[in-house]
Design a binder for this molecule. Structure first.
Ligand code: UTP
Length: 224
């Protein structure tokens, strides 16, 4: 299978613990034995901190986004280092570049690409671009909820949903200031248009990535 794995910066590099990053590398290496694997890495806390400082200095959103993208690439580099020779040595900076890098047989790791989106969208577009069989979103919640579980105690985890239902949930959460959506709206739209099978899992445990590829997960399956 061709698999795209999106790992939130908040789960991969939140504390910059090398042992933790190594564990993710081991999980990725494990699935790369049998599959072609692309990994998208998010910005996490460091991206947020740099963006906050840039904003306080007067940077507009687009400029802050570019700083965020740089931070996702630095996080991608940490995973590349942890993967050693199994990884393509540079983070891909475009979808065609990612495809070419995969021809080497190595694991392709990349961060963000353009302002105005997050790495959720990058992973969905890459999954569409390379014709992936599966998109795994390893994040800091254990699935998609009916509302933001951090702010709404009545939120319930959804086991299976269609892309259209995902868009409804994401739009509803986005309307509430300060809420955190499991996937951004652009990613949800791309998942809908290409119909790729997507699983949102609790990425705080790196083993959940290998489990999800093996068909075992307790997150949310998005399938049309
Ligand atoms: P993330 O994808 O990590 O965003 O990119 P996020 O929503 O903060 O991450 P999680 O899911 O909570 O961990 C970090 C920042 O980088 C910029 C955005 O500013 C984003 O908030 N970015 C990232 C882009 O502008 N374009 C991209 O393609 C990717």
């Amino acid at each position: 299978m061709r698999i795209v794995v999106s790992i939130g910066g908040s789960v991969l590099t939140s504390d910059l613990d090398p042992e933790r990053i190594q564990k993710y590398a081991e999980s990725i290496e494990q699935i790369a034995k049998d599959h072609t694997v692309y990994v998208i890495v998010g910005g996490g806390r460091s991206a947020r901190e740099y963006i906050e400082t840039a904003r306080a200095l007067g940077a507009n959103h687009a400029k802050c986004d570019i700083i965020g993208i740089d931070m996702t690439r630095i996080n991608a580099r940490l995973l590349i280092v942890a993967l050693g020779s199994r990884a393509y040595p540079e983070p891909a900076t475009s979808y065609p570049e990612a495809t070419e890098a995969a021809l080497t047989g190595q694991i392709v790791v990349m961060g963000g690409l353009i302002p105005g989106q997050t790495t959720d969208a990058v992973s969905a577009v890459l999954a569409e671009y390379v014709g992936a069989d599966l998109l795994i979103n390893a994040t800091s919640v254990d699935g998609v909820y009916t509302a933001d579980p951090n702010t709404d105690y009545n939120a319930v985890k959804i086991e299976t949903m269609t892309p259209a239902q995902l868009i409804d949930v994401v739009m509803k959460i986005d309307l509430v200031a300060g809420s955190n959506s499991p996937l951004d709206i652009l990613a949800a739209k791309i998942i809908q248009r290409c119909g790729i099978k997507t699983i949102v899992i609790d990425g705080r445990d790196p083993n959940n990535i290998t489990e999800a590829v093996a068909g075992r997960h307790s997150g949310t399956l998005i399938s049309s």
